[in-house]
Design a protein around this ligand. Structure first.
Ligand code: NAD
Length: 242
């Protein structure tokens, strides 16, 4: 897959799945912009590596999303592909889940998807071309004890994406969801080894994914080959959601 003339924006691009997506597009010739929250040094390194654009901001900030998209449009004249990847967990059983745990997860995981989709949609409609790919999770389908906030945010992404797909289909813009299973990143590093082992036994392929295995289907959905696919949820979970 070639992305030579493509202008890409990825939220949360400095590590894990987001970084794998940024690098995969860049290695295929795309112009890639990414957002990040805190790690200036890492972001500078990645920006140098890919020769793209980096924006430090909180993905939950509505106005910042508009400024980021305006910056990309100013530099490159448009945005062809948006990948909403930024996300966090604040796990706790309901009895112990605070209002802040709830708000932070909904804001970082779901409001961010609204912020960036809204910010790019005018440009994409004008171009009569665009691809929006939102990163949900297998947990959005199945739920998980201790992750009511996270599951709600990830299920919310599904309803949001299907609605937006229906609004934008006639304008040449597709909207799809990738729902990863268990991927080796900083996010899953924190999981207790015993819980991990138990989790592994429930995955039909009996292993976790590496971030590049999530980037590959994202690239497919972002490609011109996926022109007739919209409003879909692609599970990339080693069979976990079967
Ligand atoms: P990660 O913690 O390694 O990386 C998340 C990235 O998002 C980081 O770069 C972080 O700085 C950024 N980010 C978080 N909140 C942000 C905010 N408010 N503003 C800007 N940037 C922000 O996690 P990951 O595993 O690479 O996760 C990437 C996405 O994939 C997330 O949406 C996550 O929910 C989803 N996901 C991950 C797994 C997994 O097993 N790792 C499974 C399913 C879905």
């Amino acid at each position: 897959m070639e992305f030579k003339q493509s202008r890409i924006l990825v939220t949360g691009g400095t590590r894990g799945i987001g970084r794998a997506i940024v690098e995969a597009f860049a290695h295929r010739g795309a112009q890639v912009a990414f957002t990040y929250r805190s790690s200036v040094e890492v972001a500078d390194g990645l920006k140098g590596e890919i020769g793209g654009l980096a924006f430090q901001c909180d993905a939950a900030d509505f106005q910042a999303a508009d400024q980021v998209v305006a910056g990309v449009v100013k530099a490159w004249g448009g945005v062809d592909i948006l990948v909403n990847n930024a996300g966090i967990t604040r796990d706790n059983l309901m009895m112990r889940m605070s209002e802040a745990d709830w708000d932070q997860v909904i804001d970082a995981n779901l409001k961010s998807v609204f912020n960036y989709s809204k910010a790019v949609c005018r440009t994409m409609i004008r171009q009569r071309y665009g691809r929006i790919i939102n990163i949900s999770s297998v947990i959005g389908r199945t739920g998980n004890a201790g992750q009511a906030n996270y599951a709600a945010s990830k299920a919310g992404i599904v309803g949001f994406s299907k609605s937006l797909a229906k609004e934008l289909a006639v304008r040449g813009v597709t909207v799809n969801v990738v729902a990863p299973g268990f991927v080796e990143t900083d996010m899953t590093d924190a999981i207790n080894p015993k819980v991990k082992e138990k989790l592994l036994s429930t995955i039909p392929v009996r292993r976790t994914a590496v971030p590049e295995e999530i980037a590959a289907p994202v690239l497919f959905l972002a490609s011109r080959d996926a022109s007739y696919i919209t409003g879909q949820i692609l599970g990339v979970d080693g069979g976990l959601s079967m």
